[in-house]
Design a binder for this molecule. Structure first.
Ligand code: HEM
Length: 414
């Protein structure tokens, strides 16, 4: 990435690449086309604003690690990038400014330290028996309906991660349909700013009430732990507490739901992989890694902002620009992964970027991996003949952040 080969933003592209509705149904075709042109691309996002989409593996890693590329919504770079734009970025800056995913060090480090322990590999291993129990209970519920078409997203892939994150935090699960509706609106690039703002306000209002209720009746759960830290004064403000709970809830179920359903969708169409897993269920963890690489549930990372001019993959990007690192594109970069458009259980290189990279790398990765593995193992054991429902056509949600299906109609037993 030497400066001597740098191309300036204006030399590179006068017209941004436009992400249209077709993009969501087949983003990999667009990524392949873009990657063929270079590693960093000026694009027009569905909110009308522009930014730089990164599609190459090595350049994506460099962007994740560059300390001059800020995550902080309150930074000068972010303000410049969002100035005058009637876009989703404004919703974000108003609503989520206090989430750790939108902070730089040292604030980020302070907040991240508070939750690291709860999501460590060791803490997560202890949750495995309970997650298995929850998965089995959902599968048993399905038994009575096994010979009619069922939406596996509604009946399994969604409720399982929701139950798990609610239990972990100590949040009642009754509101789960509301959580789902608010969150779907929030991450959709097909909703108005007003609708997205209203969804966030409702969600935040609910969390605020929840914190007040929990404060008077603490229990042995993560929310009570975070509340006691916030009562400690300078460690976590009330706004930060709300933001943390919001982030954990949304990040805790949106992504894992899609890990499970994207995995099942692959199994329903790829007979070779399906047969390999039926023969040896111990290969499920290898499959989970391939799903993460091949159809990453978080397709693009959250926005980053250049604070000074930077050169990424030989492309010079001015200060005050939005950067969108595409893990989905990077993880199918042929320069890094041989035969990237194939799901290969024997793939030795498991260093995909599905959980991001650098200081913001997903704190929930051990939980997501374990939950995905348990969900698939139990599903395949209970319903080995699972099939896509006759005439079912799968379609993808219109979201730049989340890669997930709108539904997954299946027949559990022939
Ligand atoms: C398959 C499931 C998951 C995927 C693919 C995923 C992906 C990601 C990615 C790509 C990032 C980095 C975002 C960026 O740098 O812009 C991230 C951050 C984060 N994830 Fe996950 N995630 C998953 C599951 C979870 C779960 C289960 C939780 C926890 C309950 C979680 C909590 C978080 C949090 C709190 C952050 C922010 C970390 C920080 O800013 O330091 N994620 N995730």
């Amino acid at each position: 990435m030497g400066h001597e080969t740098a191309v300036t933003a204006s030399e590179l592209a006068t017209e941004p690449f436009v992400l249209t509705d077709d993009f969501y149904q087949d983003p990999h075709a667009a990524y392949d086309e873009l990657r063929g042109r270079g590693p960093a691309h000026l694009v027009r996002f569905p909110d009308g604003g522009t930014g730089w989409l990164i599609t190459d593996y090595e350049v994506a890693k460099a962007a994740f690690l560059d300390p001059t590329i800020s995550k902080a919504l309150k930074s000068k770079g972010a303000r410049a990038a969002l100035a005058g734009e009637a876009g989703g970025g404004q919703v974000a800056s108003a609503m989520f400014g206090d989430m750790m995913v939108f902070y730089d060090p040292p604030e980020h480090t302070r907040l991240r330290t508070l939750v690291n322990r709860a999501f460590s590999s060791r803490a997560v291993r202890e949750l495995a028996p309970r997650i298995t129990e929850l998965a089995d209970a959902l599968l048993e519920d399905l038994a009575a309906d096994a010979r009619t078409d069922q939406d596996l997203l509604d009946r399994y892939a969604f409720p399982l991660p929701m139950l798990v994150i609610c239990e972990l935090l100590g949040v009642p699960n009754e509101e789960r349909d509301n959580f789902r509706a608010w969150s779907t609106t929030l991450v959709s690039n097909d909703e108005t700013i007003e609708a997205r703002t209203a969804a966030v306000q409702q969600f935040v209002g609910y969390i605020d009430q929840l914190i007040r209720a929990k404060g008077s009746e603490p229990a042995d759960d993560l929310l009570s732990e975070l509340i006691s830290v916030s009562e400690d004064g300078d460690k976590l403000s009330h706004r930060e507490l709300i933001s943390m709970v919001f982030l954990l809830l949304v990040a805790g179920f949106e992504t894992t739901v899609n890990l499970i359903s994207n995995a099942v969708a692959i199994l329903l169409s790829d007979k070779t992989v399906r047969a390999a897993l039926a023969q040896d269920p111990d290969r499920v963890p290898d499959f989970v890694e391939e799903v993460l690489r091949y159809e990453s549930p978080a397709s693009e990372a959250t926005f980053r902002y250049t604070t000074v001019p930077v050169t990424l993959g030989g492309v010079e990007i001015p200060a005050g620009q939005r950067i969108l690192v595409s893990m989905a594109a990077a993880d199918r970069d042929p320069a890094r992964f041989t035969d990237p458009h194939t799901v290969d259980l024997d793939r030795a290189d498991k260093n995909h970027l599905a959980f991001g990279y650098g200081i913001h790398r997903c704190v929930g990765a051990p939980l997501a991996r374990m939950e995905g593995g348990v969900a698939l193992t139990r599903l395949l054991a209970a319903y080995p003949d699972l099939e896509l429902a006759a005439d079912a056509e799968l379609s993808w949600r219109k979201s730049l952040i989340v890669r997930g299906l709108t539904g997954l109609p299946v027949r559990l037993r022939p």
